[in-house]
Design a binder for this molecule. Structure first.
Ligand code: MLT
Length: 394
């Protein structure tokens, strides 16, 4: 038996695993120390009441013969698919229920979706980028073209008509830089993808953090995206589902390549490879989109935004360059005094017990930058900002 030899081409371990190892080593050497964790974007607030109530009801349903559910529809419960389609309609984006696929989260889906593209594809990834994009493609044996983004283009690169690709990743609001793609920037990528016969995988996991009205929440706000894009979204950051797991994927019925319809292919894929997301979780997910659920999750997002404001104020006072934080739950800062990003990671961990994410972990052009997540508790974030300011003032 020959295993998938592409694993040899991966970095030795995954970014957030490396960070967890480093912090665990620190804790072993300094038992009982409290760490201010602003590394991985894991939420700190519990699920909102509307969701919890629905989850309880759904658990109760499973206790009785008359309300019990076994296998769920593989592409998602129609109530949730309808609810998500209605969420898009409210923003003026028309998608049908059958174009929505319920998933167990965006990170799972971003890897699984590569099943649609066949072997040895060329994939364009704008970096710095969420490292799972690269890893999933390395495992699949695809060729990755790294498109560097930087301060000079506001971390929003334009398409280069001289480069051909089969698949293009766009994440807006961006993880890790917090940059957002304007309508004009998205239109340029959509036109490029349609011309190249490529497919855009649009990661919209952070759409709920957008503050500015003119920034698109969905790539389908660009009408021509219906022939070239798949949108992958998640309730992890929007509604605190990192440990509960639920997301959704939108594949328009017009999306075809090589005479094959990608919506139909995904139905075929899901019906083979999954037995659907749990009944209980899907019931909880429906509650996110109710009026009450939306009010409650907005409250949580506001708390994270206050965390962001607290960190940004500290960086402003220090005169350190950063971006993000406004339309996204990540702040992307320049490491002070020309420090390398892992060097700065160690410095913060050792000196003030603050954990962030080194920019280099998101690709080579992230070197010299550092990412703070705003998903920590307000108390920890406040203290981390205070410690950071004190340390860097020196
Ligand atoms: C991150 O910190 O980049 C995200 O939390 C990772 C993820 O969503 O899996």
């Amino acid at each position: 038996m020959i295993p998938n030899m592409n694993y040899r081409n991966l970095k030795e371990s995954y970014l957030f695993y490396n960070i967890a190892q480093k912090t665990n080593t620190y804790l072993e050497a300094h038992p009982g120390t409290h760490l201010y964790r602003m590394g991985i974007g894991d939420v700190s607030l519990p699920l909102c009441d509307a969701v919890i109530q629905k989850l309880h009801e759904a658990v109760e349903d499973q206790a009785h013969k008359t309300t019990f559910h076994g296998y769920m529809p593989e592409c998602g419960d129609m109530e949730l698919r309808r609810t998500i389609a209605a969420y898009y309609h409210k923003r003026g984006v028309n998608i049908s229920n059958e174009e929505v696929f319920v998933s167990s989260g965006a990170s799972d889906e971003l890897g699984d979706i590569l099943d649609l593209f066949g072997k040895e594809k060329t994939v364009l990834i704008m970096e710095p980028a969420y490292p799972a994009y690269v890893d999933a493609n390395v495992i699949a044996g695809n060729t990755v073209i790294h498109i560097p983004a930087g301060e000079e283009n506001g971390f929003v690169p334009d398409p280069d008509p001289g480069i051909a690709a089969d698949v293009i990743y766009i994440c807006s609001p961006n993880n890790p830089t917090g940059a957002v793609f304007s309508r004009t920037a998205l239109q340029a990528w959509v036109d490029y993808a349609n011309k190249m016969n490529a497919v855009i995988l649009f990661d919209a996991a952070y759409e709920a953090f957008i503050e500015e009205d003119e920034i698109p929440h969905s790539i389908f706000e660009i009408p021509e995206a219906r022939t070239c894009a798949i949108e992958i979204c998640s309730l992890s950051k929007t509604a605190g589902f990192t440990g509960t797991r639920c997301g959704y994927t939108v594949i328009p019925k017009e999306l075809s390549r090589g005479g094959m319809n990608l919506n139909q292919m995904w139905v075929r894929n899901r019906t083979t490879k999954t037995n659907g997301v749990s009944y209980i979780i899907q019931k909880g997910a429906v509650a996110v989109f109710t009026e009450e659920g939306q009010r409650q999750i907005r409250h949580g997002i506001e708390i994270y935004k206050k965390n962001g404001a607290c960190l940004m104020e500290a960086l402003d006072r220090l005169g350190i360059w950063y971006c993000g934080g406004k339309n996204a739950p990540y702040i992307w800062m320049k490491c002070p005094n020309g420090m390398g990003s892992w060097e700065f990671f160690d410095y913060l961990l050792n000196e003030i017990q603050v954990v962030g994410t080194p920019g280099e972990g998101f690709g080579a052009c992230g070197e010299g930058y550092f990412r703070f997540s705003t998903f920590g508790s307000p108390e920890d974030t406040k203290e981390a900002a205070r410690r950071l300011e004190l340390l860097l003032q020196k």
